[in-house]
Design a protein around this ligand. Structure first.
Ligand SMILES: Nc1nc2c(c(=O)[nH]1)N=C([C@H](O)[C@H](O)COP(=O)(O)OP(=O)(O)OP(=O)(O)O)CN2
Ligand SMILES: [Zn+2]
Length: 140
């Protein structure tokens, strides 16, 4: 089995609603996302001969998907008062609402599903919240 890995990072703020501790405050991370793509075979012809997929294409697709979150505030839906959301939007802050609590685990699964939907055979996605804290979502 071949396994390709590439990574991209983005800067974003979040908070964990209902968390008892400092992470209930809005704070930022440089989120590092490492994506692993697997394949039993390599392409046989042309430009991509001997490759699972061209790294430059893979990196482009990953960057495009991940940069959507860059310099945003990631907010779990319904975890802020409506008037707070309205005020933030009125200030034109980049708010991205998600259906899940924005933990490293949930973001790892979110990116896994996103790249799988794009047609990649995803083996694992690692999301580093800090250099020492990483959550992964992987196929068995
Ligand atoms: N399993 C998880 N635990 C925690 C998550 C998470 O996504 N998954 N997230 C947080 C917070 O977002 C927090 O930012 C990270 O917590 P912490 O390790 O406390 O952060 P620091 O590295 O800044 O810790 P220091 O030791 O104070 O430097 C919490 N838990
Ligand atoms: Zn955090």
């Amino acid at each position: 089995m071949y396994l390709l890995k590439t990574e991209h990072s983005f800067d974003a703020a979040h908070f964990l609603a209902g968390y008892e501790g400092k992470c209930s405050n809005i704070h930022g991370h440089r989120w590092r996302v490492v994506v692993g793509i697997e394949s039993e075979t390599l392409q046989e012809d042309g430009q991509c001969s001997g490759m699972v997929v061209d790294f430059s294409q893979l990196k482009k697709d990953i960057k495009n998907a991940i940069d959507y979150f860059d310099h945003s505030l990631i907010v779990e839906k319904n975890s802020m008062k409506e008037k707070t959301m309205d005020a933030l939007e009125e200030e034109h802050f980049r708010i991205i609402q998600v259906d899940f609590r924005p933990t490293a685990e949930n973001l790892a699964k979110y990116f896994y599903d996103l790249f799988a939907e794009k047609g990649y055979c995803v083996r694992c996605v690692d999301v580093y919240e800090t250099p020492n804290n990483c959550a992964s979502y992987a196929s068995c």
